[in-house]
Write a protein that binds this ligand. Structure first.
Ligand code: SF4
Length: 198
């Protein structure tokens, strides 16, 4: 992980540094007090890999699931969160999902919030998500939507990284590392953004 993260730091870190897929999961969780199975899976592993320890993850998820009792939380969700950390069942150290896996596995249905917004959202929903989370100009939005139409989801995501880090000196074509690295993993996106802020 990048740093030692507490439950209370997640909101600001995700809003500042996370890619659109994780911002979307976070805002759905915050707004509804819930995430469905694959959304929890995708977000839990992302938070694990960015450095949220399991005790803090349990605090974060307990607080976020604001409409349920402790009893229901402990019975239905605690195990899965700990499982993601390799502390239950087969005790596998599951890696956070890469973009390739998010793009191709467990396709989201209409009620789901997981997946890659560039691939899985309608144009209307993608436009409003970009406006909500990044406040892109109409010209910037058209550029992103053109990449999406061609199926270049990682190009769209990388371009948003560049646009939203202009203040840190990132220029078009420089990508995550200043040398043109494109987005292949949500945690690499996060780490690159976090580094630029140090
Ligand atoms: Fe997330 Fe990858 Fe899609 Fe970007 S390209 S939104 S990091 S899944």
């Amino acid at each position: 992980g990048t740093t030692t993260v507490t439950a209370g730091m997640v909101d600001a870190l995700v809003k500042t540094h996370a890619p659109l897929c994780m911002k979307n999961l976070h805002s759905t969780l915050t707004a509804t007090g819930h995430l469905k199975h694959y959304g929890r899976l995708q977000y839990n592993l992302f938070l694990k890999e960015l450095g949220l320890p399991v005790e803090e993850a349990l605090v974060f998820w307990r607080r976020s699931f604001k409409h349920i009792t402790d009893d229901k939380f402990n019975k239905e969700y605690r195990y899965n969160i700990r499982h993601g950390y390799g502390l239950e069942g087969r005790r596998m150290n599951y890696p956070a999902k890469s973009c390739a896996r998010i793009l191709t596995q467990d396709q989201p249905g209409p009620q789901d919030s997981h997946g890659c917004p560039f691939r899985h959202f309608s144009t209307t929903n993608l436009s409003s998500a970009m406006a909500q989370h990044y406040g892109l100009s109409p010209a910037e939005q058209s550029e992103i939507l053109a990449s999406v139409k061609q199926g270049h989801y990682h190009v769209a995501c990388t371009r948003i990284f560049e646009i939203t880090h202009q203040k840190q000196g990132v220029k078009k074509g420089q990508g995550l590392d200043g040398r043109g690295e494109t987005v292949t993993h949500p945690n690499r996106y996060f780490e690159s953004s976090w580094k630029l802020a140090q």
